[in-house]
Design a protein around this ligand. Sequence first.
Ligand SMILES: [Zn+2]
Length: 503
Amino acid sequence: MNAVLGVTLQGIQALRVEVEVEITGGLFVISVVGLPDASVREARERVRAALRSLGISVKGRVAVNLAPADSPKEGALLDLPIAVGIAHSMGEIHVTRPSLFMGELALDGRVRRVRGAVPAAILARDMGLPLFVPAGNAREVSLVKGIEAYKVEHIRGLFEHLRGSAMLQAIEPSEESVEYPEPDPDLSDIKGQAAAKRALEIAAAGHHNVLLTGSPGSGKTLLARSLKDILPPLSDDEMMEVLMVRSTVGLSLDSSRRRPFRAIHHTASTISVCGGGTNLRPGEISLAHRGVLFLDEFTEFRRDLLESLRQPLEDGCISVSRASGSVTYPARVLLVAACNPCQCGYLGDPVEPCRCSPSAVDRYRRKMSGPILDRVDLYVTVPRLTPEELVQAEGQEGEGSPEVLKRVIRARERQWERWGPLGFQCNAELPEKALKKQVGINAEGRRFLKEMAGRVRLSGRGISRVMKVARTIADLAGDVDISTVHLAEALAFREGGDLPWNR
Ligand SMILES: [Zn+2]
């Protein structure tokens, strides 16, 4: 193995890049093999100028080989290892111990923050190699335990360190904040909306996707945001995944175990939602990985964008194609969609009259059965409170998020125990086979479901959804078998169950 190593990103993983340099006499030229042309040109200028700032003038034919040549690389984070490789080859410094270097160089030799430091730190840990990163990346690197890492402000400091004349500052592992952040908002901050809060509790417990339907001002966004705080805190592995995605995008990190919440607008581009672009990076759906993805004004979303979310909702990951192949980013999200009940927004509202014609209401209804909604288990109506209800709710504190979270965690534990041996974790993931044989429904419940399926015209898929949701309701209650009471509650959240046109 060559001693000078850099990294490149593949998805959210860092791959090792070996930097080999050969310098021969002749006219000055730097050629880099294994990088796309545009980044080579830029990297070449930055590296040469940064070395010149140290009084090192590069002469002759410099051939830089980045291996493996076939994996796509982004230029900027390879500046530092290329500069180190050239200086090493010129005898200016000696890298005796294999080390990972990453960073973009400014023309004056300062080292700039780059994307992907957390994946690089994990690679360094797994390979047992020291890692040299820009000072701007030190904080995120400190979140990865068990590594030897140094922060580099300027290439001069790095060269002094490698020559043994002055030591760089090592990055100390950061203490994890033990405090879990306050729920924002807390369920008790939201007035009324008992049915919607209950639906969120069920969603959190069984990982069921939700559609909230309600007039403007009914609090759909607040409700959606409250969901992240009634989900179990991130586990160690999940937290590392979340950090890797954020680091790959270049976002700041915190060490809290709160699950991500990402809202996307219907005008968002496919690249910003799904990932991709010239500087390949994950999209919003990956930033919501292990957390909540919120689609407000759901009926306004372009059909192609919704179609592209369908597969990740099923698989928990998203593939992004590019010229040199495709990369996969994680995308396991809990989906909350929200929309108005009709075009004007006030169908079924207690105060404001709906101004839509019957045919307009019908057209709108059809928009609510597009792609993605077949992945939704819970349909909830969120009515605006009447002035009287608002007055009544004043001063009445509902149950807070921490209490609900406790029930959710217990329900999750019951699911892990039951489904873990079968290879999945949550009731929402229940395959048909398990649904038929192992869901645990009693005889009376079975009779009730059969009768109701005929009465409210449930499709086969509708029956499956009701059974999964009922399983979660039973788990929240700590009941072994699904019985009529759980099924009756689940039926209230069925597709179109409580929408104004069905009342
Ligand atoms: Zn209307």
